[in-house]
Design a protein around this ligand. Structure first.
Ligand code: PHE
Length: 341
């Protein structure tokens, strides 16, 4: 009896077979349990030998069952260790982190500096009507500025004689949209994409501008100069002198082109030092015709506007010689300029 149970336990192939053996041997109705129940019918002499023998058998089987069960658990553990093995000494694959594109970064920097001066951000569509991009800005259809801007026009269906839409050639139409919606006084900047059919080292058909507009009862050209000098110094992290040159834009009167102080040394431009000048933006006092397009009361309000190339600012700040590289999506280039991990 003993040997046959020990063999069955040793041969149990899995935990289920082992449990079956346990029930059949020492379970409530198991063979050993039944024999123990029969002890009561035995004579005292028989009981004295059979009793301890059965008890010993039950104990032996119990420990044999436990030992077998443990060996199953060990085997399972070993199998897991084998299958889940991993070489922790292998060096990890290099991970690349995404990063902010220099143009986005500079847009954020510009926005933050103007935010400190009380400017909020306004937006307008990149596909504009002729009216917002030109007429409302005092550029009537015959005006030469239209031709100079290398405008992209949208295609029209045959027979459609409505004026075509354009890809905005500057961010100035956002001035009009903002005035119409929010009137004066106001202080806004409008960063965004603009489009002109032009392509060389310093021109891409899509580029970025930031427009500025400040309207109030007595805002003057002096406020404009202070604001821009404050901006350039904050942006370049050092004092930057500016030079205002009389100029002409249809949408400002008077108009000024603004240069910033810089030095040129073997092709390297440094802002805020030296005695060269670099043109960086157009500006002026908003023309009364433009204020009227925006529904502003010209007897009460006046103000300045400016338009600046964001890409140009990024090139100057980070010493990037070719504008086109901004839009090549070349990771090696981004990494070289420290814009990508
Ligand atoms: N819109 C002009 C340009 O794109 C810049 C400008 C904006 C000039 C506002 C004056 C006032 O060249």
């Amino acid at each position: 009896l003993r040997q046959s149970w020990l063999t069955r336990i040793a041969d149990a192939s899995d935990e289920a077979a082992l449990e079956e053996a346990r029930v059949a041997a020492i379970g409530k109705k198991g063979e050993v349990s039944l024999k123990m129940r029969e002890l009561g019918k035995m004579s005292p002499e028989e009981r004295q030998t059979a009793g301890p023998a059965l008890n010993a058998l039950k104990n032996e089987l119990t420990s044999a069952l436990a030992a077998r069960k443990e060996s199953f658990a060990n085997a399972a553990l070993e199998e897991r260790l084998r299958s889940e093995w991993m070489d922790v000494s292998l060096s990890p694959r290099p991970m690349r982190q995404g990063s902010i594109h220099p143009i986005s970064q500079v847009t954020e920097e510009v926005t933050a500096i103007f935010a400190d001066m009380g400017y909020s951000v306004a937006e307008g569509p990149q596909i504009e009507t002729d009216w917002y991009n030109f007429d409302a800005l005092n550029i009537p259809s015959h005006h030469p500025a239209r031709a100079e801007m290398d405008t992209f026009y949208t295609a029209r269906a045959e027979g459609d004689d409505r004026p075509p839409h354009v890809l905005r050639t500057h961010t100035s139409p956002v001035q009009i949209r903002h005035m119409q919606k929010h009137s004066a006084p106001c202080r806004i900047i409008a960063p965004g994409r603009v489009y002109r059919a032009d392509y060389d080292q310093t021109h891409t058909p899509m580029f970025h501008q930031v427009e500025g507009l400040a309207l109030g009862e007595d805002i003057s050209m002096a406020n404009l100069k202070w604001t821009l000098e404050e901006f350039f110094s904050a942006f370049f992290g050092r004092e930057v002198r500016t030079r205002f040159r009389a100029s002409h834009f249809p949408f400002t009167e008077p108009s000024a082109e603004v240069d910033i102080q810089c030095s040129w040394e073997n092709g390297q431009v440094r802002v805020g030092e030296g005695d060269s000048w670099l043109e960086v933006l157009g500006s002026g006092m908003v023309h009364p015709h433009v204020l009227k397009s925006g529904g502003i009361d010209t007897t009460k309000f006046q103000g300045f506007a400016f338009g600046m190339g964001i890409d140009r600012m990024a090139m100057l700040k980070y010493g990037i010689p070719d504008l086109r590289a901004f839009f090549d999506s070349d990771l090696r280039w981004l990494r070289h300029y420290g814009f990508s991990a």
